[in-house]
Design a protein around this ligand. Structure first.
Ligand code: ATP
Length: 307
């Protein structure tokens, strides 16, 4: 699969701060990458480097095989969309005028501009000046602006900030649609719940360094965090303790009709088979380690110096 973004040993220093250090990663065509990290981790700096808005102190950036700061910059600009972290528009313009302005720069037909306003739920507010828009409406307009011209690469910096739950759900739906169409997306966020179903891979940054990179399954495997298995039913007191201990599982809790087990990925299937084979088990629920748990794990790992 072709590479849309290639970062090689990127380093970015500001006067007082090293914002990024040794960042290498690739994003393939059609992939949705979640770029996660605390405040100041280097997410916006990474996005600005990809867009060529700032120059790297050292290392290389290639977008669609080209440098975003060379003479290809203008062509690249027509092929990507960007929603900045703090979206701001000229307040006196209406939503429609804003899209017309950006649409002309990208040579997008007016029918598409209108369709985009509808897609982000702003059709009715299209004739109103942006100064009357709520924060969420501005964010939606920013998204419409980023989607102009069917970009091959879409970069969304904290896109859910300011959005209500319905608008957040709509944003993720749009993201899923773009993913099906093969758009490459880089989504920076520290809002974790709900995001995991919409991304293919995760990059976790901390203090300018890449702490983890991979699919959720990759990260789960290397973090070895336990799966939570919960069963409900009727059984005789003392049924489970020896069976679990035989399998080397010590982290479990039995409380009358409820059994909760923390199992390593290696013993997960065996435990489930054991529970399913028991007539007394009436319900079973298995939860993989969440993205939030992985995020905490990879941040702590560095704190304790295990990097
Ligand atoms: P947030 O979630 O708060 O937006 P972030 O992960 O996007 O954070 P960056 O904005 O990339 O983080 O900042 C990374 C580091 O670089 C921070 O320490 C920040 O203070 C510093 N930094 C960013 N821009 C500049 C600048 N123009 N001049 C000096 N330091 C900067």
């Amino acid at each position: 699969m072709s590479k849309v973004v290639e970062l090689e040993q990127l380093r970015k220093e500001y006067a007082q701060v090293t914002a990024l250090e040794g960042l290498s990663l690739e994003v393939a065509q059609g992939e949705v990458l979640g770029l996660l990290g605390h405040n100041g981790a280097g997410k916006t700096t990474t996005i600005k480097l990809i867009l060529g808005m700032i120059a790297a102190s050292s290392g290389e950036v290639r977008v669609l095989g080209k440098s975003p700061r060379g003479h290809s910059a203008k062509t690249l600009r027509m092929q990507w969309g960007y929603l900045p972290e703090n979206v701001s528009f000229y307040d006196q313009l209406t939503g429609q005028e804003v899209l017309e302005y950006f649409g002309r720069l990208k040579r997008v037909p007016s029918s598409e501009r209108y369709a985009l306003l509808e897609r982000v739920g702003l059709a009715e507010a299209a004739q109103r000046r942006v100064k009357t828009y709520s924060k969420g409406m501005r964010q939606r307009l920013g998204l419409a602006q980023a989607l102009l011209g069917h970009p091959r690469l879409l970069m969304l910096d904290e896109p859910t900030v300011g959005l209500d739950p319905i608008a957040t759900r709509d944003l993720y739906q749009t993201l899923d649609e773009l993913r099906r169409q093969g758009t490459t997306v880089i989504l920076s966020s520290h809002v974790l719940p709900g995001i995991e179903r919409h991304i293919d891979r995760v990059a976790i940054l901390r203090e300018g360094k890449l702490r983890a990179l991979g699919t959720l399954d990759d990260l789960r495997r290397s973090a070895s965090l336990p799966f939570q298995i919960k069963a409900r039913g009727h059984w005789e007191t003392g049924t489970w303790e020896p069976l679990l201990q035989q399998r080397g599982i010590t982290d479990f809790h039995v409380n009358g009709t409820r059994l909760e087990i923390a199992s390593a990925i290696e013993t997960k299937l065996e435990v489930m088979r054991m529970l399913l084979a028991d007539q007394g088990v009436e319900d079973l629920d298995v939860q993989a380690p969440s993205l939030e748990a992985l995020y905490v794990y990879y941040n702590r790992e560095q704190e304790s110096g295990n990097a």
